[in-house]
Design a protein around this ligand. Sequence first.
Ligand SMILES: Cc1cc2nc3c(=O)[nH]c(=O)nc-3n(C[C@H](O)[C@H](O)[C@H](O)COP(=O)(O)OP(=O)(O)OC[C@H]3O[C@@H](n4cnc5c(N)ncnc54)[C@H](O)[C@@H]3O)c2cc1C
Length: 382
Amino acid sequence: MSWHHDHEFRVTISGGSVAGLCNAISLRKLGATVTVHERVPGPMLARGAGIVVQRELIQLLAENGAGPLPFTTCRGRRYLDPDGGDGVLQDMPQEFTSWEAIHKALRAAVPGECYRADSEVMAMSQAGSKVSATLGDGSVVESDLFLAADGSGSAVRRQMLPDVEARYAGYVAWRGTLDERNVPSDLLPFFDDRFTFSEARNGGHMLAYFIPGPDGAVAVGSRRLNWVWYVHVGAAELANVLTDKDGTRHRSSLPRGSASAKAVGDLRARALRDIHPKMAALVSETPDPFLQSILDVTVPKTLFGRVLLTGDAAFVVRPHTAGGTAKAAYEASVLARALQSAGANVDVALQSTERLQLEYGNALYQYGLALGNRWSRDRSTD
Ligand SMILES: Cc1cc2nc3c(=O)[nH]c(=O)nc-3n(C[C@H](O)[C@H](O)[C@H](O)COP(=O)(O)OP(=O)(O)OC[C@H]3O[C@@H](n4cnc5c(N)ncnc54)[C@H](O)[C@@H]3O)c2cc1C
C-alpha cells in the first residue's frame, strides 16, 4: 500500500541506469508500485568506467538499505607536468568506484518484477493525473507519475522541450581501464594511492585513479587503473571521431571495443607527443579505449503535469564536477522526501521537487562550465 492514499500509486520510469534505479529504490521504499523500463536487453555492462564517490549517492544507498558500494581510496592528488615533471603530492584523500559497481548495487535493490529490460518507452501522453506510456511491444501502461530517466538524449525531454538541445562542448573524453595485473611494474607504484592529473601540451588534460575490478574486488592486484583524457575535437571532425571500426556513426559515444585501430593508433601517438610519459604509457597499454563526447544540456523546467525529467535527461553537467551520479541520487531523495511530506498532495510535492532540481542542476551546471572554461582559457594561453 502506498503512503498517500488507500490505493496504489504507480510510477513508470523510462531508463534503468543510475537515475532510473535511484528513483526506483527510494520510491519503492515509500510504498509506490514502480516499474523501470530499460531499452537495453540483458545486462548493462561496460557502460562507463571510474566514478568519484560522492556523499549523495552513499546516503541514498544507506537510507534505502542498498549496497554496500565497493570503493578504492587514495591519499592525495598530484599534478604532473607534460614535460615529465612528477609534481608534488597534495594531501587530499578521495574514494573511487565504477559505473558497474554503482549500477550493480542499485539494481540488486530493485526486485526483478519491477525492472523490465528490453522494454523501450516509445511514446507518452497525459490525461488528467494519469500518464500513459506505450512500450516497444505495443502495450500501454498507465501510471500516476512518469519519470524520464532516459539520459542525455532523452526523447521525453525532446517532446516536452523541443527547443532544448544537447550542445557539443568542443571536446571529448577518451577513457580506458587497465586491469591491475596488466599495469607495467614501473607504472603501478607511480599511480597507486594517488589521484593523478596532467595537463596536455596542446590543450586538454588527463587524469587517472584506481577503481574496483569488474567484479567489484578492491584488493591490491584485483583493481583497475582508470583514466580519462579530455581532448579538443572540432565540431567538423566530430562525426569522424564518432564513427566506429565498422563505419557506423554513433550519436555521442563510442562503446568500448568499437574504436577503429587507426583512431586508437592516433590517440597513442598523440599521447606520446602531448602528455606526461607515464600517462602516455598508460594510454599505450590500454587495449580498448572508448570515447564520450562532452555535452551541455540545461533545462528551464523539469515538471510537466505528472511527467518529471531526472538525471541526465534534465541537466547534463560537465564531468569535471564528478557530480552526475550525485545529482541523480540527490534528485531521487528529494522526490521521495517531498512525496512523503506532501501526502496526497502529489502535485505540490512535484512542484517543490522541480524547484530544488532546478536550483541544484543550475548550480552544478554552472560550476561545470566554469571548470571547463578555466581549462579552455588555460589552453588559449599555451
Ligand atoms: C566522461 C564522463 C565522465 C563522467 N564521470 C562521472 C563521475 O566521475 N562521477 C559522476 O557522478 N558522474 C560522472 N559522469 C556522469 C554520469 O555518468 C551520469 O550523470 C549518470 O550516470 C546519470 O545518468 P542517467 O541515469 O541520468 O542517464 P544514462 O546513464 O544515460 O541512462 C539513461 C538510460 O535510459 C535508457 N533509455 C533511453 N531511452 C529509453 C527509452 N525510450 N526507453 C527505455 N529506456 C531508455 C538508456 O538505455 C540508458 O540506460 C560522467 C559522464 C561522462 C560523459
